[in-house]
Design a protein around this ligand. Structure first.
Ligand code: 5GP
Length: 185
């Protein structure tokens, strides 16, 4: 059976990774999308085991200690997120098209553990677009805005570490480009 490489989609905060992943989940059943564990609470409409495995802090720590996570990170200083290792290994061995949608810290850990994986950076159409997505709601203080812009600068610079870049100018187009890249490998 042909083996596809593991694909990892990452990118700056607010670039729309989750939206692109949700589009892939809905429209490309041939792609196997990893279900992360998280300590954050479910949002309305999110289903345990489908969108995330919602776990307690203790359960998350146990997964870490047992070595069950391929990578994990605290995202935005708020909650822990991690990729269960076994389902990824099974998807790889069964010749599926496996995809992780994770943050940049997680992507770097996967690169250490699985250098043969393919890393895709989801980029905003422009710096101005990213800025308006980040500060769009206008509810932040000036310091918060400055901190977010600084984060965005650092995160955009990570693009150089990636194998491919896809611009998120339109969710459907970006998702189609991602899936066709996966199928070509
Ligand atoms: P949200 O809470 O909005 O669903 O996701 C917040 C952030 O967590 C997103 O940037 C997403 O990429 C990241 N994330 C989701 N699952 C994982 C994971 O398993 N590992 C890591 N490192 N980040 C994740």
């Amino acid at each position: 059976m042909s083996r596809h490489p593991l694909f990892v989609l990452a990118g700056p905060t607010a670039v729309g990774k989750g939206t692109v992943a949700a589009y892939v989940r809905e429209h490309f059943p041939e792609v196997w999308l990893s279900v992360s564990a998280t300590t954050r609470a479910p949002r309305p409409g999110e289903i345990d085991g489908v969108h995330y495995h919602f776990v307690s802090d203790d359960e998350f720590s146990q997964m870490v200690e047992a070595g069950e996570l391929l990578e994990y990170a605290v995202v935005h200083g708020r909650a822990s997120y991690g990729t269960p290792r076994r389902p990824v290994e099974e998807a790889l061995s069964r010749g599926k098209l496996p995809l992780l949608e994770i943050d940049l810290q997680g992507a770097r850990q996967v690169r250490e553990a699985m250098p043969e994986a393919h890393f895709v950076f989801l980029a905003p159409p422009s710096w101005d677009e990213l800025v308006s997505r980040l500060v769009g709601r206008g509810t932040e203080t000036a310091e918060e805005r400055a901190a977010r812009l600084e984060t965005a600068k650092v995160e955009l610079a990570a693009q150089a570490e990636f194998d491919s870049t896809i611009t998120n100018d339109e969710v459907r187009r970006a998702a189609e480009e991602l899936v066709s890249l996966m199928k070509d490998h």
